[in-house]
Design a protein around this ligand. Structure first.
Ligand SMILES: [Zn+2]
Length: 373
């Protein structure tokens, strides 16, 4: 009797290990993307830093266009993988972009490791689905941080390289505190280094790093720009405002190190920018969290918070759906490229095929992610 019970218990434990292990492994599987006909090729990030080869830090670069005298723009999605509009906007570009002049490089999973797990204690769903003409498409929800399986343990205090600025230990796994990276550093520093190498080797003119932030975060619905990107970003913000999209222009703080707009601007020749949309799922005030929260961006606690002016952006029971957040990113990318074209007309980048903000509100995100291109 006792041995039967032990065997049953052992079987139960083993099957639990199997189920959870398979789920865990599934987190490492990249969802398939269906690039537009204008797509040229993918290259692994390890082409720019061989040490990343065969590690979870290696990630795909989707390349559009060629060296034809036009400029090169690099769009980064998935720096923080609990900011789904950042990688969804990158996926949408990849699947719809028709490039006419110049080059567009898209890295949709900049910190690929961060998309392989969620953050403990945040109650994030592991994935969410978007309806398309070809049925539902599943996308992973990730974390702000590199997976601890790839970098562990965190130090008490993270010392940024090369500035020496002290940050919280957990930020040692935050890609956007690890630029310009370090070739012989931690996993996250090596990813940062590889992305900086990509910018240098490909002579990237303009970097657009896509992000989201909670509604109480001071830098929200904004474009953050390095000094050299200020002209380009100012034009973009003016054009966005003229279309009724409220964006703030924020100068990249000179003394806050590790961020893409500061370090890629200082350590490469590019114009470095970053964009933020408002994502309720990252907020500390939110209530119950599920896949619907990601898609609809609705949360009753934030409606109350907005009533007592605790949010930095307007917020009602309509929420801030994924369509709005991805639409803002896509429109922001268009206007930053427009700004670049006005600053450097001889290197103008032109493209078509990508839906605008109002197209996304009218037809929904799934319409442009049907996976049939
Ligand atoms: Zn972010």
């Amino acid at each position: 009797m006792k041995s039967l019970l032990s065997t049953l218990l052992l079987l139960l434990v083993l099957s639990l290990c199997l189920v959870t292990g398979l789920g865990f492994r599934q987190g490492r599987v990249d969802e398939p993307l269906y690039p537009s006909p204008s797509f040229k090729r993918t290259a692994p990030l390890s082409n720019y830093f061989a040490q990343l080869k065969n590690t979870p830090g290696d990630t795909e670069i989707f390349e559009f266009g060629e060296q034809d005298g036009g400029g090169t723009v690099l769009v980064l999605g998935g720096t923080h993988c609990d900011e789904p509009a950042s990688y969804l906007a990158a996926y949408l570009l990849i699947e719809n972009l028709k490039l006419e002049r110049g080059r567009v490089l898209v890295v949709p999973r900049a910190n690929r490791s961060a998309l392989s797990h969620t953050t403990p204690g945040e109650a994030f769903p592991a994935s969410f689905e978007i309806e398309t003409a070809n049925g539902p498409r599943r996308f992973r929800m990730g974390s702000r941080y590199t997976n601890p399986l790839d970098q562990w343990p965190d130090p008490e205090v993270f010392v940024h390289y090369p500035s020496g600025q002290e940050l919280s230990g957990m930020d040692s796994r935050n890609l956007n505190r690890n630029y310009p990276g370090r070739a012989d550093g931690s996993f996250t520093q090596r990813v940062g280094h590889a992305l900086a190498e990509l910018v240098r080797v490909e002579n990237v003119d303009l970097v657009i790093d896509l992000h989201e932030a909670s509604l109480e975060y001071p830098v929200i619905n904004a474009i953050v720009a390095h000094e050299r990107a200020m002209d380009c970003a100012s034009i973009a913000v003016l054009e966005l405002q003229l279309e009724g999209l409220d964006f703030a222009l924020e100068p990249s703080p000179a003394n806050f190190h590790g961020l893409s707009h500061r370090e890629l601007g200082d350590h490469t020749a590019c114009m470095a920018t970053l964009m933020e949309s408002a994502n309720v799922i990252q907020g500390r005030l939110r209530g119950r969290t599920g896949a619907e929260t990601i898609l609809k961006g609705q949360d009753p606690m934030y409606v109350r918070a907005a009533e007592i002016e605790m949010t930095r952006v307007p917020y009602t029971e309509d929420g801030i759906p994924l369509e709005v957040r991805v639409g803002r990113h896509i429109e922001g990318v268009a206007k930053l490229i427009s700004g670049f074209n006005q600053v450097k007309p001889e290197r103008a980048i032109t493209y078509a095929g990508v839906p605008g903000y109002s197209d996304l509100q009218k037809n929904g995100l799934g319409h442009y992610l049907s996976g049939t291109k």
